[in-house]
Design a protein around this ligand. Structure first.
Ligand code: SF4
Length: 283
């Protein structure tokens, strides 16, 4: 068989490593945005003590290797799988789940996954992970893990807008979603937004958008403008850090887009709390 061989056990180890990292080390871009809101040029003009607590919490988590939040989330896993990679001694889905299980056991993280959405029996392993695989050129595998807490997942929303909808209609839906969330999803928020595709594709894009550093705008200028306008609109709500009021309801808006049908304009908003956690590795 041609191609580069990667052992399933190496995928398992890599996933366990980034799962532990994601849950205990807040992303640099998110920490920088919280610090900026606390003491930078865009300093909070309202109650700021809670921002200091969030920054301090992230620093303690990193130092002690304790989770940033007690809700250590359901693992969303994004894989860029090189076409020349051959996985040996197992399959990639089992290897990813084994890595997640190992990390949640070793880290003493809360296991939050139930096997059946109606019967609600806990799997006890925090698996299965929600795995998305994209085939790419090359012989490498890049894996990103995003442990997603459900305080914020539950406040996410999708709308199938009319194709005649204007950018203002999109802004209104996204800001309205933040307004409905209010303080319930632990702001300041990061919004991952998917626009276009089909219903399930725009929801996927919304989640994937959260992987992009929040200080990197979309490369398309009209989409970057929309990101900024949604951020401004959401911050005018003055929900503030943990709902205490203030300028920082949203610290980042990332939009990803896809082609769509002439008859529709799907828009999905995936809300992340201040504990936007993810880590990546290439093997
Ligand atoms: S919404 Fe985020 S910060 Fe709040 S409990 Fe859930 S994971 Fe933790």
């Amino acid at each position: 068989m041609s191609g580069r061989t990667v052992k399933a056990s190496d995928i398992e180890k890599a996933v366990a490593k980034i799962c532990l990292e994601a849950n205990t080390v807040l992303r640099e871009d998110v920490l920088a945005a919280l610090e900026e809101a606390y003491r930078g040029s865009e300093k909070e003009s309202g109650p700021a003590a809670m921002l200091e607590v969030l920054v301090e919490n992230a620093k303690i988590a990193k130092k002690t290797k304790l989770p940033i939040c007690q809700d250590t989330g359901m693992a969303a896993v994004f894989v860029e799988l090189g076409r020349d990679v051959v996985v040996s001694d197992g399959n990639i889905f089992q290897a990813i789940d084994a890595g997640v299980e190992k990390a949640y056991k070793e880290g003493f993280f809360r296991k939050s996954v139930v096997a059946d959405p109606i019967l609600r029996d806990n799997t006890g392993t925090n698996t299965p992970a929600m795995v998305h695989i994209d085939p790419v050129e090359g012989d490498k595998i890049t894996i990103s893990v995003m442990p997603k807490g459900f305080g914020s997942e539950n406040k996410s929303a999708i709308a199938m807008l009319n194709p005649t909808s204007t950018p203002k209609d999109i802004i209104d839906f996204c800001v309205g979603t933040v307004k409905k969330a209010g303080p319930d999803a632990c702001p300041p928020y990061v919004l991952g937004i998917g626009i276009g595709g089909t219903m399930e594709m725009c929801a996927f894009l919304a989640k994937k958008a959260l992987l992009r550093p929040i200080d990197k705008a979309n490369a398309k200028s009209h989409i970057a403008k929309l990101e900024e306008e949604i951020k401004v609109g959401a911050n005018e709500l003055k929900i503030g850090t943990m709902g205490l009021g203030g300028d920082h309801t949203v610290i980042g808006v990332n939009i990803e887009t896809a082609p769509t049908h002439i008859a529709g304009l799907p828009v999905a908003v995936n809300i992340s709390c201040h504990a936007l956690r993810s880590a990546s590795i290439t093997i």
